[in-house]
Write a protein that binds this ligand. Sequence first.
Ligand SMILES: NC(=O)c1ccc[n+]([C@@H]2O[C@H](COP(=O)([O-])OP(=O)(O)OC[C@H]3O[C@@H](n4cnc5c(N)ncnc54)[C@H](OP(=O)(O)O)[C@@H]3O)[C@@H](O)[C@H]2O)c1
Length: 177
Amino acid sequence: MTNRPEVILIAAMSIDGFIAPLDKESLPSTAWTSKEDKDFFSQKSKEIGLMIMGSKTFETIGKALQDRVSIVMTSQPERYTSHNDPDLLFTNETPKEILENLSSQEVEQVALCGGASIYSLFLEKGLVDKMFLTVEPFIFGEGVKLFKGEIEQEFSLLKQNRLNEKGTLLLEYEALG
Ligand SMILES: NC(=O)c1ccc[n+]([C@@H]2O[C@H](COP(=O)([O-])OP(=O)(O)OC[C@H]3O[C@@H](n4cnc5c(N)ncnc54)[C@H](OP(=O)(O)O)[C@@H]3O)[C@@H](O)[C@H]2O)c1
């Protein structure tokens, strides 16, 4: 695939590497991620303009986010026909097919917004170029891991930023090789 859009993974995780706690009802993402991370996510995803996410992550949002187009990956796009919104696209295409279509529309960047299945799917195919990881000072012990399966990819740290007093860290990595 030549000249595909740059894929920028964005995730918030606990110190122990989870993107969601086991009991999501009692601690939804709006409760454990900081205001600074939410602000960063909003600003960065708007700047990129196009988000890719899995259907489970979409279900936690339930609608298009303002000023951004969302591509939602699902094996059953027909289940979502009631969402009649030009900023919401439901697809059962592979990551490669999605990126090829976007290349032909001259899209230069996409934000990969989770969850773990979708992060892993792109990473195992070598399709993640950059990563913004927010580490929130929380420990969950158990939960949804950032990645699943056997994946090996080396990254190099480009920037680190402390976002607030309690020590939320924003780490920016680029993929090597
Ligand atoms: N902290 C963070 O930054 C962050 C970010 C995002 C999400 N999350 C959390 O992550 C959790 C969800 O993660 P998850 O891994 O369970 O689910 P997910 O990645 O959001 O979505 C999984 C779904 O994506 C679809 N899918 C997966 N592979 C596909 C493929 N090859 N082709 C087409 N569709 C495919 C399937 O949808 P169908 O079942 O419809 O076929 C699958 O059930 C939630 O708790 C969410 O809050 C956290």
